[in-house]
Write a protein that binds this ligand. Structure first.
Ligand code: PLP
Length: 395
């Protein structure tokens, strides 16, 4: 049999981590990596954080899972904290980002159904977006590499150019239910939307009674130095998907909505066996204990200034390789002049973990608990790698 027991859908690198400690990962043979990938913006407390570990251990010993058919003191407490910290009035807990986006799409459609406008079922979405790998979330993109071979996809999405408000206005019609957008695109190459664009979407949603849905799965949860990226724009969504950092590595996600937006999400309209079980909520609470305060967010902003400053200083020394630094907080991207994947592989071979993104960007996504010494180590290793790296010649 040629197929591997683990379905071979990932181009898995030779890194085989078996242990983590703070901002470091250790491989099977004891190799040490500085982890500035954080499981793709997930391990925001690094690895083995004592508060998160203890919360999970204690809860595992008390009660791991019960059905959502029963009352959920753990889910109620966690959802109440999210409601208090955000624009939202209500939360549906999921196990992943794609599920949080699915719930967001359903909530937006059901809003219009509830108000007797079932024809308003189409979300306007954007080029280079990434919303997950379910049939619904791949239907919300126009990226062929995600969609190839999975037709027929879900109708009800119109993809227009990211950050182009006129394109949105031109695409709006009688079927439009709202807009689904990452305020800062992650997989697409760390591209922040302009404030005019995000404010424009809010205005169009308000004028036409449409749903503004933010996908903050990657850009949310303290990564930008605010709890959610929408706070930078001074614009609140009606519905928002969160995940990744929310459980600090424990599988957890959330669809947050205002009371108005969730009007259609009544008993029986949605569900999940695991979503928001006691163990997941304990992880979620422990993460909030650490990140949901101004002191921590200030730390993220300070580390961001240091890291960004150091990267910007380094770039002119290697201007044959690097073009610019972009992003917000510790959601940073280095735009390269050549294939970023090849460079990410090279860094990995030299003990540095980063993540490639679209548009030849190297994503720099450290745990939010990094300290200055880690930034120093990162920039030193990156400069050293840049000095020796030979751009592969096209075949
Ligand atoms: N939305 C965005 C913006 C993402 O970056 C991702 C994952 O990278 C997802 C949704 C899907 O999340 P998950 O892989 O947890 O399903």
């Amino acid at each position: 049999m040629a197929i591997t027991p683990l379905m071979p859908v990932y181009p898995r690198s030779p890194v085989r981590p078996v242990r983590g400690e703070g901002v470091y990962l250790y491989g099977e043979k004891g190799e040490k990596y500085l982890d500035f990938a954080s499981g793709i913006a997930v391990n925001l407390l690094g690895h083995g954080h004592p508060h998160l570990t203890k919360a999970i251990q204690d809860q595992a010993a008390t009660l791991i899972h019960v059905s959502n058919l029963y009352g959920s003191p753990q889910g109620e407490a966690f959802a109440k904290r999210l409601v208090d910290l955000t624009f939202a009035d209500t939360v549906f807990l999921t196990n992943s980002g794609a599920e949080a986006v699915e719930c967001s799409i359903k909530t937006a459609r059901r809003y219009h159904h509830h108000h007797g406008r079932p024809e308003k079922h189409e979300l306007i979405t954007f080029t280079s977006a990434f919303h997950g790998r379910t049939l619904g979330t791949i239907s919300a993109t126009n990226q062929e590499k995600l969609r190839d071979g999975f037709a027929p996809l879900l109708p009800g999405f119109t993809v227009v150019e990211f950050d182009n408000l006129s394109a949105v206005e031109a695409a709006m019609g009688p079927h439009t239910a709202g807009f689904l957008v990452e305020p800062i695109q992650g997989e697409g190459g760390i591209r922040p939307a302009s404030p005019e664009f995000i404010k424009g979407l809010r205005r169009l949603a308000d004028e036409n009674d449409l749903m503004l849905v933010f996908d903050e799965v990657q850009c949310g949860y303290a990564r930008t130095g605010r709890l959610f990226a929408y706070e930078h724009y001074g614009v609140e969504p009606d519905i928002m998907a969160a995940a990744k950092g929310i459980g600090g590595g424990f599988p957890l996600g959330a669809c947050l909505a205002t009371e108005k937006a969730a009007a259609g999400m009544v008993i029986g309209t949605h569900g999940s066996t695991y979503g928001g079980n006691p163990l997941a909520c304990a992880a979620g609470e422990a993460v909030l204990d650490v990140v949901a305060n101004e002191k921590f967010l200030e730390h993220v902003r300070r580390m961001s200034d240091r890291l960004r400053g150091a990267l910007e200083q380094m770039i002119p020394n290697h201007d044959h390789l690097f073009e610019s630094v972009r992003g917000v907080g510790l959601l940073l991207g280095i735009k390269m002049k050549s294939d970023s994947r090849a460079f990410v592989n090279y860094l990995r071979e030299h003990g540095l973990l980063t993540v490639a993104a679209g548009d030849n960007v190297v994503r720099v996504l450290p745990p939010l608990v990094i300290e200055e010494q880690h930034i120093g180590e990162f920039v030193e290793k990156l400069s050293e790698a840049a000095r020796h790296y030979q751009v592969p010649q096209a075949a």
